[in-house]
Design a protein around this ligand. Structure first.
Ligand code: PHE
Length: 451
């Protein structure tokens, strides 16, 4: 809860930090995006590179971003200003915070529209999908996309849910919501997994996701996997930095970040396995794209035993996951407005949600009335997704790695990250060399400089 004296809020304990940050990380990225990207990018090749990116780039940067937030004890912009000052570096490093706040707000705008689809499908699932065939389910999805009012309505409802939580404050709102939603989410994932093992084709799912096929690896697959590693760990968008700024001194950043990474990756893999087990058991197409969980899965729910129950559980799961992530997209800009401009928390949250809601309307319209509006061949939705996931996130990640690895004074880094000896050198070396080089190589590859 924000206190009038201006003292900053802190999470109740380290488990609360792990829970809320896992809540931010585990979202549509894990249950909607990861399975469909695995499906369209050749299955196991994508999974393998994704895992490599998570361990080689994601985890070290997750630790670095948390460290910067805790060191700075402030919103992303002011946190970067104070850590840069401490390092005797230029104020322009604040740009990391600015990219984060802008990026998070843009992600929120389209995230909320997609979360709106999920809310719509949660209601549909309560009526059951039985009797519906492939064509009908496709019509339901295209019908939803073609209906601006339905899209904007659900988008607004989702934004409102988030507004209510974030207005409640850091512990009274964000922490409290996560303490209810996250355990429910874990329970539903396990139930679905149990169903996948007992009643669907788990061996086929395992083969699809883990059978190694080196020939399927290509530059676009690598970029997609890296971009997704950033997205799924909520990196570079100020969310982790802000949550880290509410972390007490003395908590191990290494251990908490390791748990967060394991939870995020674990849920993605388990959700992916459960989804593909159901998809394969029904003889459906894994490469269906963004409609995978909306068009393909309901077909499976329509045909399988206990389909109605599994369907409702599934969409409730995705809604909860989206909700705990979206609130972490609101907090960076909120804390910035509150701390920099002394705006009250309620007004700040309302302003942030309003801006994202407004841009979200354009996103919703890009599926129907404005589908012809394109820049670089991309509609508004694809444009925002590409701009944030493939550009702003890796860029912010690169700057964070450079700052934490090269600019921040080594004793300060050691003190804050809490590592010594070989463990410190390993992490520091990764942040100094591996992360920046990997990000730059992939960028150069994408813009066609190296092949
Ligand atoms: N990590 C979230 C997901 O996987 C999305 C997210 C990105 C949340 C960036 C916060 C910041 O759905």
């Amino acid at each position: 809860m924000s206190s009038p004296s201006g003292a900053r809020a802190h999470w109740s304990n380290r488990w609360a930090f792990i829970l809320v940050t896992a809540g931010s990380a585990i979202g549509l990225g894990n249950i909607w995006k990861f399975p469909y990207m695995t499906g369209t990018n050749g299955g196991s090749a994508f999974v393998l590179i994704y895992l490599a990116c998570i361990i080689g780039i994601g985890l070290p940067l997750l630790m670095a971003e948390t460290m910067l937030g805790r060191r700075g004890q402030s919103n992303p912009v002011d946190a970067m200003r104070s850590v840069a000052e401490e390092a005797g570096a230029g104020r322009w490093w604040q740009v990391i915070g600015i990219i984060g706040i802008l990026g998070a707000s843009l992600i929120l705008s389209f995230y909320s529209v997609v979360a709106g689809w999920i809310l719509d499908y949660t209601v549909l699932a309560t009526q059951g999908f039985s009797g519906l065939g492939k064509a009908e389910l496709e019509n339901i999805f295209t019908g939803l996309l073609a209906d601006p009012w339905r899209l904007v309505g659900w988008h607004s409802a989702f934004m409102l849910l988030n507004l209510i939580v974030v207005i409640g404050g850091v512990t009274g709102g964000i922490e409290r919501a996560n303490k209810i939603l996250m355990p429910a989410l874990f329970a539903i994932v396990l139930l679905l997994l149990g169903y996948g093992i007992a009643a669907a084709d788990m061996p086929a799912a395992i083969r699809f996701m883990f059978h190694f096929e080196p020939q399927a690896i290509s530059a676009p697959v690598i970029l997609a996997a890296m971009g997704h590693a950033f997205f799924t760990l909520s990196l570079g968008m100020g969310a982790i930095m802000t949550y880290g700024s509410y972390l007490e001194r003395g908590t191990s950043i290494t251990r908490t970040c390791l748990y967060i990474m394991l939870a995020d990756t674990g849920i993605a893999l388990l959700a992916g396995l459960s989804i593909f087990a159901i998809v394969f058991a029904q003889g459906l197409e894994p490469a269906a794209g963004p409609g995978l969980i909306l068009q393909t899965l309901p077909l499976a729910f329509a045909q399988m035993p206990l389909g109605k129950l599994v369907g409702v559980l599934f969409f409730v799961l995705v809604s909860f996951a989206a909700w705990t992530s979206a609130i972490s997209l609101i907090e960076p800009a909120t804390s910035f407005l509150v701390e920099r401009f002394a705006i009250g928390r309620k007004a700040a949250v309302a302003a942030v949600c309003f801006v994202a809601w407004f841009i979200g309307i354009a996103v919703a319209l890009s599926f129907n009335l404005w589908s012809e509006i394109k820049l670089f061949g991309l509609n508004i939705f694809d444009l925002l997704d590409t701009l944030t996931t493939k550009m702003l996130m890796p860029l912010a990640g690169l700057l964070i790695a450079l700052f934490a690895g090269w600019v921040m004074k080594r004793p300060h880094v050691m003190e804050e990250i809490g590592l010594t000896g070989g463990a410190f050198r390993f992490w520091h070396g990764t942040v100094r060399y591996v992360s920046p080089v990997a990000i730059m190589l992939i960028f150069l590859n994408v813009i066609g400089v190296i092949g």
